[in-house]
Design a protein around this ligand. Structure first.
Ligand code: BES
Ligand code: ZN
Ligand code: MN
Length: 508
């Protein structure tokens, strides 16, 4: 007979939240000839114009085999006496750029999932500069082969060990530099994916703080982790109010990157780190979407991943990340509807829906960034289901109070193929957040939910240039899609890294 005893061991105790970070980096080589002994070679093929000679067939033959070289199409060609050849569509030559290369190499890497060592023949690709080519190809392969293997083996999917890029001799150096950047950004993204995919009971706010303390010093970041007692002293009533129903403590993780030399400016990044969003006492129903609520810390994970790259990218601005971490649970001690929370700095919020918790935790983070007198604040959060309804899973809305800042964010989104589209902060709707008993309430009406959430956050920026990304839509995919394998995407990691490394104040 087994007697059930209440164990004091927690799932988080013996769990490694960051296996992708601990694994050896993919060995990326850039050469000018197909290496002897290659077991699989990928050949990106444009969908119009001449077929690259090394692809071995003319257009009519490819068409006749139903391979029209669109993105996502692959033609797998086993050889009697040589490596497996996989032709992978690049789409039209017009507008060929990093996004097509990333996609094409990613689909090749997916099709070659039984191979640990990949070779990609990129010779003769016109119209893409060498740096972009190396970066996009490396990101495509390394991101596509990410798998979350912590709880189950995936024998059919070999981890990627090496990637060899074959390029024109004149492009070797440029492609090498780009490939190093691509590997850095892909590793940062896969680190963030590990954190997102970790079950909420395994990756608690406390454990997230431990990870930050471990990784930060390796990548040149200062890390401060504020615990429950310190959050009380600091008056972080938003984070504490959301945490009130939980048995797990909250953490505010502050990451600081200081460039060598005089900083060109200072940027504050504030991330929603809701480790699990049950909805608080506004309890969510048990549908499929809500089984994904362990991903509600995707904004915080994206900032963490992005900031690991700043030193190696040569970022010249000071960047401070505020990760606002807690879960949002119902219980007898949970925040009740009608309760009033006092945010850091003194502003009061009437809680009219316990499931609109992201903006509450972020308000404390924004207030702290304002105190640091940063030149701009960028927030990132899985904030509203309305953002998913509006743009679906391919695009995230960006909102802000500064056109130049919004346009820089959009440019970083285009460069990384993490696309943003602007929603207006319609000031007229601010009155939906008026409270009869406090400075503001935490939810507006049923319509324009992404915008009223943005307006709530804007209320705390005190005039600082502000941009806000609502990544609810693209945070996850339910089937492998080029460089986004099933599960957490860590959308925003490469975007924020690119944006933050190049940051300059928009108002001098
Ligand atoms: N974490 C959710 C938003 C979300 C929904 C993320 C679906 C990913 C997938 C957020 O905290 C939330 O509950 N938002 C509410 C806001 C509402 C109560 C004002 C929503 O979108 O319904
Ligand atoms: Zn949430
Ligand atoms: Mn919620």
């Amino acid at each position: 007979m087994t007697i059930a005893v209440k164990s004091t061991a927690k799932p988080s105790d013996r769990f490694d939240p960051i296996p992708s970070w601990r694994a050896a980096p993919v060995d990326v080589r850039v050469v000018s000839d197909i290496p002897a002994g290659a077991t699989v070679v990928g050949i990106p093929v444009p969908s119009d114009g001449d077929v690259p000679e090394r692809a071995g067939f003319d257009r009519a033959t490819l068409d006749a085999s139903d391979f029209t070289a669109g993105i996502g199409e692959t033609l797998v060609l086993p050889q009697i006496d040589g490596p497996l050849v996989v032709e992978s569509g690049l789409g039209p030559r017009a507008g060929l750029g990093g996004a097509a290369v990333r996609d094409s190499v990613a689909w090749f890497a997916q099709r070659a999932h039984r191979h640990a060592d990949l070779v990609v023949d990129l010779r003769g690709l016109q119209g893409v500069d060498a740096g972009t080519l190396g970066q996009a190809a490396t990101e495509g392969a390394v991101l596509a082969r990410y798998r979350y293997r912590v709880f189950a083996d995936r024998p059919a999917d070999l981890p990627l060990a090496s990637l060899t890029l074959v390029v024109d001799a004149g492009a070797l150096n440029g492609v090498r530099e780009g490939a190093a950047r691509g590997l850095l950004l892909a590793r940062a993204t896969n680190l963030a994916r590990d954190l997102c995919n970790a079950p909420a009971t395994h990756l608690t706010a406390t454990r997230f703080g431990d990870v930050a303390r471990e990784i930060g010093p390796q990548v040149g970041l200062d890390v401060e982790v504020f615990d429950q007692r310190q959050l009380v002293e600091m008056g972080c009533g938003g984070i504490l109010g959301v945490n009130a129903g939980s048995n797990e403590e909250a953490r505010l993780i502050k990451l600081t990157y200081r460039p060598a030399g005089t900083p060109t400016g200072s940027l504050g990044l504030v991330g929603k780190g809701v480790m699990y969003d049950a909805g608080g006492i506004s309890l969510k129903p048990s549908d499929a979407m809500h089984a994904l609520m362990k991903l509600d810390m995707s904004g915080a994970a994206a900032i963490f991943g992005a900031m690991t790259t700043l030193r190696d990218l040569g970022g010249r601005a000071t960047v401070t990340g505020f990760l606002c971490c807690t879960d949002n649970m119902p219980s007898g001690t949970a925040t009740r509807l009608g309760d009033v929370l006092t945010i850091r700095g003194g502003k009061t919020v009437e809680v009219v829906n316990a499931d609109a918790e992201g903006r509450l935790v972020m308000a404390d983070g924004i207030a702290l960034a304002v105190e640091d007198r940063v030149d701009a604040i960028v927030t990132i959060a899985t904030l509203t289901g309305a953002a998913l309804r509006t743009f679906g899973s391919a695009v995230a809305p960006v909102m802000g109070n500064d056109a130049a800042l919004v346009s820089e964010l959009r440019a970083a989104g285009d460069a990384t193929d993490e696309p943003l589209w602007e929603l207006p902060l319609i000031r007229k709707y601010r009155r939906q957040l008026d409270s009869k008993i406090a400075d503001i309430k935490n939810m507006g009406g049923v319509d324009a939910g992404s915008i009223t959430a943005g307006l709530f956050l804007e209320d705390f920026v005190a005039g600082t240039p502000f941009g806000h990304l609502d990544i609810c839509g693209p945070m996850v995919v339910d089937k492998d899609d080029a460089w986004r394998p099933t599960g957490a995407t860590a959308f925003g990691t490469r975007l924020l890294a690119t944006f933050a490394a190049a940051f300059r104040p928009t108002r001098p």
